[in-house]
Design a protein. Sequence first.
Length: 147
Amino acid sequence: MTSPNERPDLPPVPASTPDPAGAPEPAPTPEPAPVPQPDPATAAAGPGPDLRTTLEDGARAFDQRAQALGREAEAAVARLGENPAVRETADLATRLWGLVVLAIGLWFFADITLKLDLPAMAWGDLWPLILIIVGGFVILRGVARRS
């Protein structure tokens, strides 16, 4: 049998002398670190101007970064708005979603308001078909753009 000090995967065990009754000596407990006490003169003064100045500077820096980010976003939108491919894509997507919403609205109008006897549509089975149609439009648009 190997002792814990002979195994490299275990930390070494300090040697201790057992007491004559056979009980090991208790390990000494570390003393807690002293807690620093605040200076009464500065504690009575309150947060002071340093905290206020720090907060104002942080808010000012945050505002400047937010405005710079806004200007960058506006510039990016302006660049994208000038690109004809982006305009065509946005137009196609807008028209496609408009047609989908219009078709669903007309279906419900005819079924509920006009009480027409339309075939029962399982919407749970219909959404994959909608994804296939949208994917087909995306592929056709990509092919048309390369031509």
